[in-house]
Ligand binder design. Structure first.
Ligand code: ADP
Ligand code: MG
Length: 276
């Protein structure tokens, strides 16, 4: 039996009765320790299978790296999780209770799945602090945020994130003055203001200096545990340095999974990915 069916079989009694649950979306349930289930997922674009019978499971609190050659389906996989792309077949669940295929993009974001795209999209003319403040409000609350006074709790929340992303000293600078790496950290901070349970991050270290890469590795490591972090990355040295479980995608399916050493010595991986 597939993992998801096993979970469904042992589903909690209180969840069998939908009318007993609060209105709106079910709460995230990771009591089986898996936060993301993708089972037998396929999607085709003009007859080309970008994702082909993909089975992927991620534990709650894990830092998972996804690698694979160009066109392997990494971005499409993230598009499916965030609701941007609908698969033709398969199941995608966030914990045991949330069927992501029945939710639209805003609902998925509200349920606690945050995504960071490769290019930073910070507001360059605003300070670092103000960027975080706006991110806390979310897109619909921007006008309100600009006019309202912050509560002590909100200010503490911003300061905690400033400390996490290492930008306390830069908080009053305009975001436009930050280095490329600092802008990436600010954008991760903006995601954190929404208190996501799971973060999807596409190529965080592209264009960074070595020192910035090291600090990014530390940052992502510090987020794991409280958050689940899924990182798509090309830079092998970086993936090795963060020493987490690695999934290799190839032609829309999982080719290999394990620690970096086992994955790199896998003959199939060496053949298709490293060109041997
Ligand atoms: P990766 O991120 O691993 O490089 P992608 O997920 O971007 O791979 O792409 C997987 C394959 O699907 C590629 O061949 C790509 O050209 C194709 N593809 C992705 N998105 C679309 C789309 N919206 N329309 C048509 N083809 C697409
Ligand atoms: Mg991509």
């Amino acid at each position: 039996m597939r993992a998801l069916e096993r979970v469904r079989d042992g589903m909690r009694r209180d969840q069998v009765f939908g009318f007993l649950m609060p209105r709106g979306l079910p709460v995230l349930d990771t009591s089986h320790n898996t936060i993301l289930y993708m089972e037998q997922v396929s999607v085709s674009f003009d007859g080309f299978k970008a994702i082909n019978d993909l089975n992927l499971y991620v534990d709650a609190g894990e830092l998972r790296c996804i690698i694979g050659p160009n066109g392997a389906g990494k971005t499409t996989m993230m598009d499916i999780v965030t609701g941007k792309t609908r698969p033709d077949t398969g199941q995608v669940w966030f914990g045991q209770s949330m069927n992501l295929l029945e939710m639209d993009e805003p609902q998925i974001a509200n349920a606690g799945i945050g995504r960071k795209f490769q290019r930073p999209t910070v507001f360059e003319a605003l300070t670092v602090f103000d960027n975080l403040e706006l991110a806390m409000a979310g897109p619909r609350g921007v006008l309100h945020a600009l006019n309202a006074t912050l509560s002590g709790e909100q200010r503490d929340g911003i300061e905690r994130v400033l400390s996490t992303i290492g930008l306390i000293d830069e908080q009053h600078q305009n975001a436009g003055q930050l280095s490329h790496g600092q802008k990436q950290w600010l954008e991760i901070g903006m995601l954190l203001m929404q208190k996501p349970k799971m973060l999807l991050i596409d190529e965080p270290v592209a264009g960074m200096t070595h020192q910035e890469m090291d600090r990014t590795g530390e940052l992502l490591g510090s987020l794991a545990g409280e958050h689940t972090v899924i990182v798509v990355e090309h830079d092998m040295d970086f993936v090795r340095s963060i020493a987490s479980k690695v999934t290799v995608l190839h032609q829309g399916s999982v080719l290999a999974e394990g620690n970096m050493d086992s994955v790199q010595s896998d003959p199939e991986v060496r053949r298709v990915y490293l060109g041997e």
